[in-house]
Design a protein around this ligand. Sequence first.
Ligand SMILES: CC(C)(COP(=O)(O)OP(=O)(O)OC[C@H]1O[C@@H](n2cnc3c(N)ncnc32)[C@H](O)[C@@H]1OP(=O)(O)O)[C@@H](O)C(=O)NCCC(=O)NCCS
Length: 138
Amino acid sequence: MELKIVTDCSGIDWSIIAESLRKVGMAYHSPEVHKRAFEASYTTVFIYDGSQLTGFGRAISDGEYQGAIYDVAVLPEAQGKGIGKVIIQTILAQLPNCNIILYATPGMEGFYKKFGFGVMTTGMAVFTNPEAMRKFTV
Ligand SMILES: CC(C)(COP(=O)(O)OP(=O)(O)OC[C@H]1O[C@@H](n2cnc3c(N)ncnc32)[C@H](O)[C@@H]1OP(=O)(O)O)[C@@H](O)C(=O)NCCC(=O)NCCS
């Protein structure tokens, strides 16, 4: 497996991003919406195995002291090979002095704990589609 790390958005097939998010059971939108979201992010990372996009992630941030990670996904057939780790490490390296928040898909908390993330006691959110986000709320 020869991994290539790409951190810019040029040449990305955004329909693959939407389809990959759908495949792994995460919220997905139209390719155009993902394009705008990734391009407006502070940092993005795309991992290729050869010519195949196998994983990606992004963070929004002020670049100074706050950041938030979103859309971290590794295609099912590529999971368990260290690609998720490369995605998170690449994002964290771009946000050296920042507090970083995220919400983990239930069952994925252990993955994020590996990078020092812990559960917040007072995390709060308002969602555009509360029903779809029910698994993230108490
Ligand atoms: C979560 C996800 C990104 C992990 O990617 P991955 O490439 O399979 O993970 P890696 O192989 O890089 O694993 C890195 C480490 O995390 C551990 N890990 C991976 N998934 C884990 C989980 N669900 N729970 C606990 N530990 C986990 C691995 O064992 C490995 O540990 P090690 O470094 O001690 O060997 C991937 O499983 C995925 O895309 N899942 C579906 C989408 C999703 O839920 N994304 C997260 C949204 S919050």
